[in-house]
Each structure stands twice: as C-alpha cells, then as structure tokens.
Design a protein around this ligand. Structure first.
Ligand code: CA
Length: 296
C-alpha cells in the first residue's frame, strides 16, 4: 500500500501524439515516474498508437487498464494524460467509468489545438505539402518505433489523417459531443469535479517571455519550436504553450493554467531543460497527494 503522499489507485500515464514509453534509455515522462514512485505511488507509463484517432488510442488504453488491474489487483486506476493522451484518457473513462477513478489532463487540447487547425488549413492532406508532412510524420513514427524499448506488444496501427482530425477544433468538438464528461459549460470556466464517479482535473502552461524562453530552455530547440507554433494561434494568441491554448486545456477542476511551461516542459521533456524557475515534476508529485486526499 502507498505511504504518505501517493494515490490509492495505480497512476497510468498516457502519452500524446508521437508518444512513447522510452526511446533507448530516454523516457517520455523524464524524471516523473521515478519522482512519483519515490513518493510511494504505483506508476505505469503505457504506449498507444503514436499517430491515430483518440478512439483507437482509447480502446488500446482500455486494454492496458485491464492488464494493469489484473497485475496489481487494484479495482480502478487514475489516468494522467499529456496532450492527446488527455483525450485518450477521457475516452477510456467515458466508456468504463467503473474502472477509472480519475482523469487528469496535462496540457490537453480538450477544445482542440489551433496549431492543428492551422496545419489543416495550410497543409491539406491531399496537397503536396500535406503529403510531405504525412510522409515525414510516418517516417518519424517508424524511427521512434525502432528505438522504442519500453513497449512490448503488438505493432500499433497508424492513421495520420485520423490522428490529425482528432486534434483540430472541429474534430475535438465532434469528440466532445459524444464524450462531454468533465468539460466546462463556459469557455474558460471549470468543469464538474466528478462525473459518473470519475474525478476530473487539468493543468497547463503558457509561453511567458522572460521565463519560458530563459534558463535551460535557452539550450532547447523544442522551446523555439513552441514559440514558432504559437504564432499560428488566433483565438488564444499570447495565451498558449505553443500547441494548446490556455482555455482549451480546461477540464474538471482546473489546478492551474498559467504555469511557465511550454508544451514539452510540462512533462519535463528534453532532458528536463525548462525555463527559469520552472518545476514540472513538483506538479505531478503534488497531484498524487491531491488524489490521495480525494480518496482515489
Ligand atoms: Ca524545454
């Protein structure tokens, strides 16, 4: 049983688009799994299709949940998803609320990503640019598949068009009609604390000049990418993490939506190269204690 500050049920970490468990020795949840385990939590980092629809990924997650429940003897799990992993977790909880104690969205595009909208408009999938982008994504996913050392299981299907559609404002709006659990009623508001016995939470960050572009992020190319991607935002211009807008990330209880963290910093990616004064791991450790206090 967990001691001190860890959740009662196992924590299942669900990665986003182009996600992985571990590339050679490099983990997706860099330093996060260890920190959670040090605090007594039982943690599983799972893999789902890196490029596919939220529904396909969600069904794969349900299979992982079954396996984890069998292995641990636990009655339920706490799902924590990053980016598209948040939508994936929401799908699993909507289908099997009996197996899921909580869903936590970390920088999740719960109302779509304006970057995905921009790419949809400027790189249509039947155009030369769109086909080139699909080819590159497929290539990256194949290379990552070769380097993956943390996932052992059947080959995961790829559907780039479905993956992309699952992240646009229009695609997520359709998803939200079918799976509205935990969503706020008003733009920028909070969602219900609990739906069908499942607790819902979210946190996210924004690019903050002078903070997120300083410190160790000076040496991180992914931060420069986020600053470039942020220029595609219109509705939430100046209020995004480079891939997801501040209000778009809202789900359930909003723990915070202005942490000085870009879309990669928030899961401590790029070897923990984050901005000045940022501590993304602390948010996960505090959340495990929050889940424990809530009895899950
Ligand atoms: Ca970074």
């Amino acid at each position: 049983m967990s001691q001190g500050s860890a959740a009662r049920y196992p924590l299942v970490l669900v990665p986003g688009m182009l996600g992985f468990v571990r590339l050679l020795l490099y983990p997706y949840w860099y330093g996060i799994v260890e920190a959670l385990r040090r605090n007594g939590a039982v943690v599983f980092a799972v893999q789902v299709s890196p490029l596919n629809s939220t529904e396909v990924r969600g069904e794969q997650l349900l299979t992982h949940i079954d396996e984890i429940l069998r292995e641990t003897g636990a009655a339920r799990v706490n799902l924590i998803g990053h980016s598209q992993g948040s939508l994936t977790a929401r799908y699993a909880a909507a289908k099997r609320p009996d197996l899921v104690a909580s869903v936590t969205s970390v920088a999740g595009p719960n109302h779509g990503s304006e970057l995905a909208d921009y790419l949809h408009k400027h790189y249509p999938h039947d155009s030369v640019k769109g086909r080139l982008m699909s080819f590159l994504l497929r290539l990256i996913a194949s290379l990552m598949g070769l380097l993956e050392t943390g996932y052992r299981g059947p080959k995961l299907p790829v559907d780039i068009h479905a993956s992309h559609h699952s992240l646009t404002t229009e695609g997520v709006a359709l998803f939200n009609q079918r799976y509205p659990q935990g969503l706020p009623d008003t733009w920028g508001g909070q969602g219900p604390e609990e739906v069908n016995g499942v607790r819902y939470y979210s946190w996210s960050g924004t690019l903050q000049p002078g903070k997120t572009d300083k410190g160790r992020n000076l040496f991180d190319g992914t931060n420069r990418s986020c600053r470039l991607f942020a220029k595609t935002f219109v509705r939430e211009a100046g209020h995004c993490d480079g891939m997801v807008g501040r209000y778009s990330s809202h789900l359930g209880t909003v723990i915070g939506d202005e942490y000085p963290l870009d879309h990669f910093d928030i899961v401590n990616q790029s070897l923990g190269l984050v901005g000045k004064g940022a501590d993304p791991i602390r948010l996960f450790v505090e959340h495990a204690a929050r889940l424990q206090a809530a009895g899950v």
